[in-house]
Write a protein that binds this ligand. Structure first.
Ligand SMILES: NC(=O)C1=CN([C@@H]2O[C@H](COP(=O)(O)OP(=O)(O)OC[C@H]3O[C@@H](n4cnc5c(N)ncnc54)[C@H](OP(=O)(O)O)[C@@H]3O)[C@@H](O)[C@H]2O)C=CC1
Ligand SMILES: CCCCCC(=O)O
Length: 477
């Protein structure tokens, strides 16, 4: 597919007349398509279209806006297999995972379609008995959406759907590794009859189009998911001009395995959390903090299970883990593996690229003898690499778990209620999961990080309303 930009309801080529190829990271002979290498001129057109569309879109009832989302959901569901396959070919996630993500996208659209008929304010008794006082929510206006490649369906939709249902218009810049996937989703909105200018898609370099969205005075809010380095820039740009911004960023997520845990279940969840999606989830497990009494047993379980993982072409039926999403992701993970060895960690398994492969394949990797001050225990690797560390007491485990700049998700395996309560209360993370892996975001619940994982708003569920609307307090006498 040679993707064009979607501006004012029309698929258009960029003013640059340049395109960039998308190559399947799991099969370097497979050219998925091309996307527009857009310019600030293209972005200006998109923002102007969104601005022109925002008042009529806002003035529709929430129920009417919801009908567009319900239709888009039905169309996406009809095209799910095609969308999933394109996502797999663009960024290397296995087909079962992209099919599951597409189903999640359909559910997200339907969830927010329903939001169009739910309450949007409160009646608050005034001290003046002759007056009526209430709150009412209003859309921000034009919302800029900047998304990463690792969830090319779910993340753009869990931003775009609430933005639209709460009355905003959208200009989205999808990640350059996975733009065609969102183009297919935009086609679903187009087929649903979404009015021109309500949703606009502009592809291209983040430093041009993404940055342009963060600095443009007609973009009233910016929602971003991606790395901390980029998020900080976007947040600073938005703050500079008084725009609302939402940043969801990196993680360094721990699993604590207590000595009373179901060790088999804990090992399975650690493997899944660490290596599903090739470890490229912000909620991925990257540290396993294991009680010293069962450390050797759990370590052995993890190595045995890891060495059985089928790594290969994500389109193949029996493949459990696909390639890294790009050469830069592969090189980034290999650099961290070298750093781990330099700093004295012990490589238990994996740690190298799969040679003679036709893609960016990395063996799932486990490090032992890791000190929490090491780089591989502190920095987000965003690849299939996990660091094992022992602990003695629950207090010690939580000290290690919290001793990072991030606070996105965390897990514990234990049967002891007091351990569960201590973990829930004292683990500084936005998503804490007991006897379940660290990944596991549900669309109906608030999602976001603490510390440097987030700008501290929450996405998903009804929490999304807080970002995508402003509240007016109304007094009538
Ligand atoms: N907290 C969360 O919920 C999640 C966090 N993440 C994080 O995202 C990262 C991986 O995703 P990745 O896409 O590589 O992240 P990046 O931060 O590299 O890119 C994210 C998006 O930002 C764009 N971008 C790049 N530079 C700029 C800029 N200067 N101004 C504005 N936009 C810019 C990118 O465009 P382009 O593609 O063209 O470079 C892309 O669309 C990891 O750190 C991961 O933890 C991922 C998923 C969820
Ligand atoms: C962007 C984060 C997505 C997390 C997917 C999960 O944990 O289910």
């Amino acid at each position: 597919m040679n993707m064009k930009n979607f501006i004012n309801g029309i698929w258009t080529t960029s003013a640059s007349n340049k395109t960039t190829d998308i190559i399947n990271p799991g099969n370097l002979q497979d050219k998925v398509g091309t996307f527009q290498d857009s310019t600030e001129e293209d972005l200006q057109q998109a923002i102007q279209s969104a601005k022109n569309a925002k008042t009529p879109w806002r003035k529709l009832s929430g129920a009417t806006r919801g009908q567009y989302l319900y239709k888009a959901a039905d169309i996406l569901e009809k095209n799910a297999d095609e969308v999933a396959e394109i996502a797999t070919r663009e960024m290397g996630k296995t087909l079962p995972e992209t099919k599951g993500e597409t189903a999640r996208g359909v559910a997200i659209l339907r969830y927010y379609a329903g939001e169009g008929m739910r309450e949007e304010g409160d009646v608050i008794p005034s001290t003046d008995s002759d007056a009526l006082m209430f709150t009412k929510r209003f859309p921000l206006g034009v919302v800029g959406v900047i998304t990463p490649w690792n969830f090319p369906i779910a993340i753009p939709l869990w931003k775009t759907a609430p933005a639209l249902i709460y009355g905003n218009t959208v200009v989205i810049k999808p990640a350059s590794e996975s733009p065609i996937t969102f183009a297919k989703i935009a086609e679903c909105f187009e087929e649903a009859g979404l009015p021109a200018g309500v949703l606009n898609v502009v592809t291209g370099k983040g430093s041009v189009i993404g940055n342009g969205l963060s600095i443009h005075k007609e973009v009233n809010g910016v929602t971003f998911t991606g790395s901390n380095a980029v998020g900080r820039t976007i947040g600073a740009n938005a703050l500079q001009r008084g725009a609302k911004y939402q940043l969801e960023m990196g993680g360094k997520n721990p699993v604590i395995v207590e000595k009373d845990a179901d060790l088999e279940a804990a090992a399975d969840a650690t493997i899944s959390g660490a290596f599903k999606s090739t470890g490229q989830k912000c909620t991925a497990t990257s540290r396993a903090i294991i009680h010293q009494d069962i450390y050797e047993e759990v370590k052995q379980l993890l190595v045995e299970k890891t060495q059985k993982i089928a790594v290969g072409d994500s389109l193949e039926k029996d493949v459990w883990m696909g390639p890294c999403a790009s050469k830069s992701q592969l090189d980034n993970a290999l650099n961290y593996i070298e750093k781990g060895k330099e700093e004295g960690a012990a490589l238990l398994c994996g740690g190298e690229q799969i040679e003679d492969s036709n893609g960016y394949y990395l063996k799932p990797t486990i490090f032992d003898q890791v000190d929490n001050n090491m780089t591989i225990a502190q920095e987000e690797i965003f690849g299939p690499v996990i660091a094992l560390m022992p602990y003695s007491t629950m207090e010690h485990a939580l000290d290690i778990a919290n001793d990072v700049d991030y606070g996105l998700s965390a897990a514990i395996f234990t049967k002891n209620v007091q351990n569960m309560l201590s973990f829930i209360d004292d683990m500084d993370a936005g998503l804490v999961r007991v006897n379940a892996e660290s990944a596991g975001v549900e669309l109906q619940a608030p999602f976001g990080g603490m510390k440097q994982s987030s700008s501290h708003s929450r996405e998903q569920g009804q929490a999304a309303q807080e970002f995508f609307t402003d509240i007016k307090t109304v007094f009538v006498k």
